[in-house]
Design a protein around this ligand. Structure first.
Ligand code: NAP
Length: 362
């Protein structure tokens, strides 16, 4: 089968290198273009990525000598490129917005990890298991902006799926959620490379991660929203209060969640049954990177743990544990998912597979 030719913008960063690992031998997609900042442009990939390659596999032979392109060198974009994953970091969000718009305008769909376009109303923010129907805003976006084949789709903040997937599964089963209080314990890889200094992280917890609490509280409303005439209409029916911290863990964002239901309250057994039986469109479509069981519940009193559970089902499953009654709200639990896989490269790879299955990527 002829694989779809794709590019990675920000190929030298933490998320970019994760794409390279995950896309090795992908049945549908083949990497043909690697792009990064002007610092890396013109170098071979091996030279550009040097000390920043932290994957557990060596740099793939066919990419080592590929010359890295400047993300903003639009004239050298290969004509064979079908779409790009974007994992760029630039000083200003406006710059990222412009770069991503430029690719879309040139007919190249962009599937982005960046927060720049998350609140652009006609850009879908997708978690495959929650709102796959939001792909239907893409024709609206193309019409609004006069794009032919190009469009932008984004994934949410890297810790969101840890708590929102279990919450969504309960809502879908008919148990409407009123309020949640969530405290995230976020891994250092979430800050990119080189990230937070070792002197700040070793033997320590940093009680503030810039911008994360706002994203944690606000992004669910767009994800749980519906497709309107000009874009996504947010659903603000769940009140969320968040505290986000950085902890000395390499990969895997944990969330401690307290939940209060609107009216009907499920039993503990029902909640665990709902979670373990939860399946959604990526599973029904049998997408290559979909976890077979999106939510795994562990009975062990001391789980989930990042080191033991972040890689469950290719790093794509959300692992939940310690469900118990809450004296103030109704229940509390802990949930965990891999931030650079499920929360970044793997999550957006799943979105790309969904978009291909629905005919948006050719
Ligand atoms: P990173 O390790 O700092 O990598 C940043 C990438 O952007 C590198 O490839 C870098 O290229 C490129 N870049 C930097 N300045 C640029 C410029 N002026 N023009 C073009 N490219 C430029 O960051 P990361 O952790 O991979 O994150 C990438 C994006 O994904 C960010 O928006 C981040 O918020 C988001 N994200 C990250 C995670 C996570 O867990 N890490 C999760 C979800 C979303 P050079 O090597 O040439 O500098």
């Amino acid at each position: 089968m002829n694989r779809i030719k794709i590019g990675i913008l920000g190929a030298t960063g933490i998320v970019g290198t994760n794409y390279i690992k995950l896309l090795q031998e992908h049945p549908w997609f083949e990497i043909v273009d690697l792009a990064a900042s002007p610092r890396s442009a013109g170098k071979t990939y091996e030279e550009a990525v040097k000390v920043k390659w932290h994957m557990t596999i060596p740099i793939p032979e066919d990419l080592k000598n590929k010359i890295v392109r400047d993300v903003q060198d639009f004239n050298s974009i290969a004509s064979e490129l079908s779409f790009v994953f974007s994992a760029i970091n630039m000083p200003k969000k406006e710059q990222i917005k412009e770069v991503e718009f430029e690719y879309a305008k040139r007919g190249i769909p962009v599937i982005s990890n960046n927060s720049a376009h998350r609140w652009t109303p006609d850009v879908p923010m997708i978690i495959g298991e929650i709102n796959s129907e939001h792909v239907n805003v893409i024709p609206i976006q193309q019409k609004n902006r006069g794009y032919d084949k190009g469009f932008i789709a984004v994934k949410p903040n890297c810790s969101l799926q840890s708590y929102l997937t279990p919450i969504f599964a309960l809502e879908k089963a008919g148990y409407k959620v009123d309020k949640i209080i969530v405290t995230t314990l976020q891994a250092v890889s979430g800050a990119g490379y080189p990230g937070v200094s070792s002197l700040d992280m070793i033997d320590n917890i940093v009680p503030y991660v810039g911008g994360e609490e706002e994203k944690t509280e606000k992004e669910p409303s767009k994800i749980l929203g519906s497709v309107g005439e000009t874009g996504i209409v947010p659903d603000e029916s769940i009140q969320i209060s968040a505290t986000c911290t950085r902890v000395p863990v390499t990969d895997g964002h944990t969330a401690s969640v307290n939940v209060k239901f609107k009216d009907k309250i499920p039993s503990q057994e029902e909640i665990i049954k709902i979670w373990t039986e939860f399946k959604a469109e990526p599973q029904k479509l049998n997408l290559p990177y979909a976890p077979s069981q999106p939510i795994i519940y562990l009975d062990n009193i001391d789980r989930p743990q990042p080191r033991k559970d972040r890689d469950n089902d290719k790093g794509m499953a959300v692992t939940v544990g310690r469900l118990r009654k809450d004296n103030v709200f109704d229940y509390k639990f802990l949930s965990l998912s891999h931030n650079t896989i499920r929360g970044a490269a793997g999550g957006s790879l799943l979105t790309a597979e969904l978009l291909k299955a629905k005919g948006f990527l050719t």
